[in-house]
Ligand binder design. Sequence first.
Ligand SMILES: Cc1cc2nc3c(=O)[nH]c(=O)nc-3n(C[C@H](O)[C@H](O)[C@H](O)COP(=O)(O)OP(=O)(O)OC[C@H]3O[C@@H](n4cnc5c(N)ncnc54)[C@H](O)[C@@H]3O)c2cc1C
Length: 363
Amino acid sequence: MPTLPRRHFVAATAALALPGCAVTTARTPPPSSSCLAPVKASPDRVIRTAAGLRPYRPGGFVVRADALGAKRLVHNYGHGGAGITMSWGTSKLAVDMGIAGFRGAAAVIGAGVMGLSTARLLQEAGFAVTIYAKALPPETTSNIAGGQFHPYSLYRDDRVTPEWRRQFSAALDYSWRRFQIMIGDDYGVRWLTTYAEGTREAPILPTFPPAARQLGPDEHPFPVERLWRYDTIYVETGRYLNRMQRDFQTAGGRIVVREFAAPAEIGELPETLVFNCTGLGSHGLFGDTELVPIRGQLAMLIPQPEIDYAFTGEAGYMFPRPDGIVLGGSYERNIWEAEVEPERIARIVASHRALFAGFRCPA
Ligand SMILES: Cc1cc2nc3c(=O)[nH]c(=O)nc-3n(C[C@H](O)[C@H](O)[C@H](O)COP(=O)(O)OP(=O)(O)OC[C@H]3O[C@@H](n4cnc5c(N)ncnc54)[C@H](O)[C@@H]3O)c2cc1C
């Protein structure tokens, strides 16, 4: 497993306004009993598997305005293992950067979570938008994501600048508040109590992660030495992206399936404001060699509606969703093939099986 960027404290700046949305967080209470229902992790309960490539940059995501001939080109890519988390926030930064002093129609390249969020924010600001993309949901990396709201595997602490950290804090804060007002079955967004192996991390925002607490051994059933608990938001990515695409089209948005081989082809588009939301595609299209894939593989188990908590730790991660229990935890750096390896899936299922077999109910 490659060394991953560690999670860290970053002071929050509520720089981006979210009209009508309070900064305070409403959350569901943690499960009343410390004896949780175990996940039935076994090979015969696997209903599908998936592999995806996280678009990772040690120096963090890119939100920057460039000129492309007479066009304004705004980049919004490179979100590693946190693209769902950061989607509304970096898209908001990108849109604010792009529309300043601009009139006319806008183009968005890419129809993953970043392209769709950028396109919706442009529509909310009153612009006519066309999305151009090589692939649409469900064939995007965004559809593979487990959907936990947490800025994990996003950057390396020693590679980011103070200016980037400011963008990060502002974007995370906006995303956090935006997802809170999308809770419900329509978008497949919900709160869950999360049990994380290890020592409680420092807050990343004053409001995130909320309700965080180190647990004593008699407060949980997990067979691990140290565990802490917090609440966060989970996104059922298939349902969410489907709904986002529908929102975009209902608001008059146009979608064109098209692949771009070089920036010059983008230069031929009729729109003079263009947003680059191509994720890992920016490696080839814009020659960003800092952008590397970190492959992740997932096993989906038969849904268990009684599982109302999530887990992250040495065994991997478990996010319960209506479309299946997501088991993951592989971070394979610089592997360019989004292919499932049966041995890796077997290991992911086995590590979770051992975890849940070790469940004990505290007295
Ligand atoms: C296994 C796994 C688990 C994950 N779990 C989480 C999680 O729990 N929480 C979280 O926040 N994030 C998670 N992520 C990360 C998240 O999936 C990504 O950061 C996010 O999907 C990136 O979104 P995007 O829109 O930038 O890219 P994509 O979803 O890849 O979309 C890119 C779009 O650009 C198009 N495109 C690319 N190149 C071109 C081109 N040349 N011409 C035209 N179109 C082009 C594509 O067709 C696509 O439409 C996970 C990722 C993986 C793989």
